[in-house]
Each structure stands twice: as C-alpha cells, then as structure tokens.
Design a protein around this ligand. Structure first.
Ligand SMILES: Nc1ncnc2c1ncn2[C@@H]1O[C@H](COP(=O)(O)OP(=O)(O)O)[C@@H](O)[C@H]1O
Ligand SMILES: [Mg+2]
Length: 219
C-alpha cells in the first residue's frame, strides 16, 4: 500500500476557537488506484491532503507513505522525503510568477541535471506546453497554468500524487485534461488521491469516499 492513513485527527488551535478539522479518518490508497475523497467546503479535505503529504502533522493517528511515517523524520529528511515521494497539484496552481514554465517545473527537481531537464521538457511537450517553455505564468491561460503545475508534480515520478481541487478554476475541457492525466498516472502504477467538492471527478475514480465535518461517512 502506498498511502496508509490510520485513525488520524487534527485540531487547529489558533487565537480563536479550536476547530476539529479531522476525526478518526482512515483510508488506504494502493499503487494503480485513483481515490476520490469528496466533501463540501470546510469538511477537512485540504487538511487531509496536507497531512498525507508530510506538510502538516496530525494530532492523533498515523500516516504511512510507502511504509514510512514522514512525521518521525527531522525537518530536513522530511523535506527530502516529500520531494521524492509526493507530488502536489493545487486549485491555485502555486506557480512561481517570475520563473518561466521550464524553471517552474524544474523548481521541483530533487537534483537539477540534464536528466531532470529532459524529463521536464518531455512532460511539458506531452501536455502541449512544449512551445511555451520561456513564458512566465502570467502569460498563460489558467488551463495552461494547471498543466504546468501538473508537470511539476510529476517531475520526480512520485509514488503518491495528491490533488486538491485541481479543476476548481478550470473550464470543462481543461478540467477533463487534468482529470484524465490523474487517472492515467494512477494507471501507470502510482497512487493518486484527489479531493474535491465537485461531482464531475467521480466518474473517473476507482473508488470514492465522502468526508463530512471531518469524518468519513459511509452511505
Ligand atoms: N489554519 C487553520 N486555522 C484554523 N482553522 C482552520 C485552518 N485551516 C482550516 N481550518 C478549518 O478546518 C476545517 C477544515 O478545513 P479544510 O481542510 O480547509 O476543508 P476543505 O478543504 O474541505 O474546505 C474548516 O472548518 C476550516 O475553517
Ligand atoms: Mg480545501
């Protein structure tokens, strides 16, 4: 199993009232599987993804990625682990505005060398961005920006790909390209976890779970 989530819980304690964002959430994602977790806004989807992606430690329970708990690692090792094992795609793309397309993708490289450059160009070519390598994100359509973000997420060939509402800002055609790419990546033998409040992703999922107020609900 690539991703194992065991009974995790998470509470945000800011200056205001504490918010229980996740409560006893357990799930697995196998190699070759696209799991969609669907739920309304505020149900804990982004929190779940951050926990799975070694970006936010849960308060309770355990996360294992390829059998290893990233939160037992020190900061430096956890960052290296994340770079190698996890790809992220976000609704807001999070591209670096002053880097061109190729450098945005290469920003994710574990090691920046001719092989990573080759792979970046190959991916960009595949997603129809081969003739835009020198453009900055502000010169691209939103659909093109998300394709660049997708290439960045795939650069290191991570065993786990996490996508947080990746089609939230896209029109139907661009959304289809992104969802198809997530499905294809799963079918190439990787684990893909997609969270969304939209229904249109459900048809591509191998399996779907529902999150409500921080808990998985079963119909
Ligand atoms: N940094 C934070 N501090 C306090 N509360 C937060 C923080 N991030 C998220 N929350 C709260 O946690 C709950 C789950 O949020 P989130 O995981 O972003 O849900 P979703 O992605 O499904 O919209 C919400 O009630 C949200 O307001
Ligand atoms: Mg969210």
């Amino acid at each position: 199993m690539v991703l194992q989530v065991r009974q995790i819980g998470k509470t945000y304690r800011g200056s205001g009232k504490a918010v229980r964002a996740l409560e006893r959430v357990s799930l697995d994602v196998a190699a070759g599987e696209l799991l969609v977790v669907q739920g309304p806004s505020g149900s804990g989807k982004s929190t779940l993804l951050l926990c799975c992606g070694a970006l936010l430690a849960p308060d309770d329970g355990e996360i294992l990625v390829e059998g290893l708990s990233p939160y037992t690692l020190n900061r430096r090792r956890r960052a290296a682990f994340r770079a190698q094992k996890v790809g992220f795609v976000f609704q807001q793309f999070h591209l670096i505005p002053y880097l061109d397309v190729l450098d945005n993708v290469l920003a994710a490289a574990v090691e920046r060398n001719s092989a990573s450059r080759e792979r970046a160009m190959h991916l960009l070519e595949r997603f129809g961005m081969g003739d835009r390598l020198g453009h900055v994100p502000g010169e691209l359509s939103v659909g093109q920006r998300q394709r660049v973000a997708l290439c960045r997420a795939l650069l290191n060939d991570p065993p786990l790909l996490l996508a947080d509402e990746p089609t939230g800002n896209l029109d139907t055609d661009n959304a289809r390209v992104v969802l198809r790419a997530l499905r294809d990546y799963a079918e190439s033998g990787k684990a893909v976890l997609l969270v969304t409040h939209e229904e249109k992703a459900l048809s591509l999922a191998h399996r779907t779970l529902q999150l409500k107020q921080g808990r998985l609900v079963y119909p």
